[in-house]
Design a protein around this ligand. Structure first.
Ligand code: SAM
Ligand code: SF4
Length: 336
């Protein structure tokens, strides 16, 4: 029997793979205009062959079966459809998902679906094109329509559950919570409200603060009522449903509620750094350098295996420390 508060023995089988640390948007909370981001050199990105080799020879033999492609903006990665197809065809892949800003989805939704992508999360922080514009920065002129059409395309081709991610920022888009929640009334979509974290733009965080999930839930509940719900996926969201709604609502409360002890994910950055935790670089392994300098796959598998075994202890320590850690890279660099 496990002692109370002991490191939990979650099965660590979920890998988030960042394909690129760049983006065509500059969301105020993620990589704001003027931020001095050090992008990985393109030649340091893991190639498709390297990603597939690591999956086949290192991660899958260690029990990883569920993968999410992210970034930066993963749909900017050249050859994304081919990579999705290759990962989906690995016999051990049980689930292959992708997180995107949706801008290129209008064209890519069908090819990605046909290539075997199982699930998709699309960021949509506002239903108002002007507010959207303010959030994504001036490089994103008039792009709300593109994202909305991308969402419609993903819906049409059959991605289900279609998940929409909303980062709620006080004074910027918090007044839209009811409108965004209302998207679930007639659509079988899953709208997830994410607590703003001080990662990427801590100045904005200090200036605006953040809104906890409980406050958002209360706002929605006062309007419609809320009951517990369920949705397919690997995430830490608490799921609810507006009575009678076709879709569901998720609340990701990484600020107000530490879920380190349930964390089952590892993260591989575009430049090949494997980290066991979003906020903590403990034990990080530079797989690209090792791979390119000829370290054998057996050795790499052993090293990653050790880190996987250490993860419950790392999760436990994060929980005990209140989940404060090294924020030296943004979500877009780590792979959010
Ligand atoms: N570009 C894609 C997108 O926007 O969906 C994928 C990468 S993005 C880094 C992944 C997720 O991280 C998005 O849902 C985004 O809203 C979230 N994110 C980025 N910075 C955040 C922050 N400071 N607090 C909370 N969520 C954040
Ligand atoms: Fe780009 Fe996604 Fe970050 Fe927005 S949240 S800047 S879309 S990586």
């Amino acid at each position: 029997m496990t002692a109370p508060n002991a490191p939990s023995a979650n099965r660590i089988d979920y890998l988030r793979i960042s394909l690129i640390d760049r983006c065509n948007f500059q969301c105020v909370y993620c990589m704001p205009e003027g931020a001095d981001l050090q992008y990985a050199l393109r030649e340091h990105w893991l190639t498709h062959d390297e990603i597939l080799l690591l999956l086949r020879e290192v991660f899958i033999p260690l029990g990883f079966t569920r993968f999410r492609l992210t970034g930066g903006e993963p749909l900017l990665r050249p050859g994304i459809v081919e990579l999705v197809s290759a990962i989906a065809r690995l016999p051990q892949t049980e689930d292959l998902a992708l997180t995107t800003n949706g801008f290129r989805l209008k064209k890519l939704a069908q090819p990605l679906y046909d290539a075997g992508l199982s699930r998709i999360n699309i960021s949509l922080d506002s239903l108002n094109p002007d507010t959207f514009q303010k959030i994504i920065g001036k490089r994103g002129q008039s792009q709300w329509q593109d994202v909305w059409q991308g969402i419609q395309s993903a819906h049409r081709v059959g991605f289900s559950p279609l998940k929409l991610n909303v980062v709620v920022i006080p004074g910027i888009n918090d007044h839209e919570v009811p409108d965004l929640a209302a998207l679930t009334l007639d659509q079988e979509w899953h709208v997830r409200f994410i607590e703003f974290m001080p990662i990427g733009n801590s100045d904005l965080f200090d200036h605006k603060g953040w809104i906890d999930s409980e406050t958002i839930r209360t706002q929605i509940s006062e309007k419609w009522g809320l009951s517990k719900g369920q949705v397919k996926g690997n995430g830490p969201a608490d799921v609810f449903r507006i009575p009678g709604a076709k879709g569901t609502l998720g609340f990701i409360s990484q600020m107000s509620e530490c879920f380190c002890d349930r964390c089952n994910r590892m993260r591989l950055s575009a430049d090949g750094l494997l980290r066991p935790c979003l906020l903590n670089e403990t034990g990080q392994i530079d797989l690209r350098t090792s791979l390119r300098s000829g370290t054998s796959l057996t050795t790499l598998r052993d090293q990653v295996g050790v880190l996987v075994n250490q993860k419950p202890e790392i999760n436990f320590k994060m929980r005990e420390s209140g989940a404060t850690g090294a924020y030296s890279r943004t979500m877009s660099q780590i792979g959010g």
